[in-house]
Design a protein around this ligand. Structure first.
Ligand code: NDP
Ligand code: 8X3
Length: 260
């Protein structure tokens, strides 16, 4: 029987790259994102190329009812979820604290903290139900960030949401210990996905400047690492993994190419 991975935020960036990586390795996929049409295009392409099954679950992780309805109504033969990639998230704005937009703050908190929690709780309940004394009953991979380890100017609430992911990953690891569920936090640095275009609300030139003079991480780099974490023996768990490109040492120290 194929293994099953559930990926939130699968319509772009890390989530999309994870979908292809896990499919390449024979997993059946449960894919989430708000953009249903993107999920459909991906599902068609992946099923054709990798001969795996794809279940599309288009919902907004901010919507508590939608999350629990979707997860609780997963068809019975999809319920044995081996891996959750709890990845959906975003930054909105990069502004001084006193100038930042309250709606941006609300959306980041509702998505990166509350939505993250709804998905983790709903899926962990399915994993608990199949607890096994032999090996692992499931693996939850939470998408943190270097911004969840160290704050930076104008990072305020985005950083706070990722610090919350860090704290919750630690808590979940403790509380789910008795159920044999692995919890891994992945904390990437700058990666060239749709993240910055979303953060700067479609302002492509400003988004591009984030990566000036850098060879940033790619979504595929991060997906490879996430997949690797799931290949270790059942008794081994990577708890917390930070990864940056060679030219990034922290959230603020970069070695950009000289002409930038
Ligand atoms: P992208 O913008 O490329 O992808 C974000 C994904 O999240 C999309 O699939 C989007 O899908 C989904 N998403 C956003 N909001 C919601 C929502 N409310 N409900 C469901 N899905 C949602 O960004 P990344 O791949 O870079 O980001 C993925 C995660 O990685 C985020 O948690 C981000 O904070 C984190 N991260 C990113 C880094 C980077 O530099 N890129 C570095 C460190 C961490 P849709 O719009 O279809 O809903
Ligand atoms: C995304 C990385 O440094 O832009 O989490 O906040 S950063």
């Amino acid at each position: 029987m194929s293994k099953i991975v559930f990926i939130t935020g699968a319509t772009a960036g890390f989530g999309e790259a994870c979908a292809y990586k896990f499919a390449e390795n024979g997993y059946d996929l449960i894919l989430n994102g708000r953009r249903a049409e993107r999920l459909q295009v991906m599902a068609d392409a992946i099923e054709k190329k990798y001969n795996v099954a794809v279940l599309q679950l288009a919902f907004d992780v901010q919507n508590q009812k939608a999350v629990f309805d979707a997860v609780n109504n997963i068809p019975a033969d999809w319920k044995a979820i081996d891996v959750l990639v709890n990845n959906a998230g975003l930054a909105l704005g990069r502004d001084y604290f006193e100038e930042a937009d309250l709606e941006d703050w609300n959306t980041m908190i509702d998505t990166n903290v509350k939505g993250f929690l709804y998905v983790a709780k709903a899926v962990s309940q399915l994993m608990v139900a199949r607890n096994t004394s032999a090996g692992s009953a499931g693996h939850i991979i939470n998408m943190g960030s270097v911004a969840g380890k160290e704050v930076y100017e104008k990072g305020n609430v985005y950083c706070a949401t990722k610090f919350a992911v860090d704290a919750l990953s630690q808590s979940m690891r403790i509380d789910l210990l008795r159920h044999n569920i692995k919890v891994t936090a992945i904390n990437p640095g700058a990666a060239d996905t749709e993240f910055s275009v979303v953060r700067f609300k479609g302002d492509a030139p400003t988004a591009k400047k984030i990566y000036d003079g850098l060879e940033p991480l790619t979504a595929a780099n991060v997906a490879d690492i996430i997949y690797y974490c799931t290949t270790l023996p059942p008794h081994v768990c990577i708890n917390d993994l930070s990864v940056t490109c060679l030219q990034q040492a922290s959230t603020i120290y970069f070695n950009r190419k000289k002409d930038h």
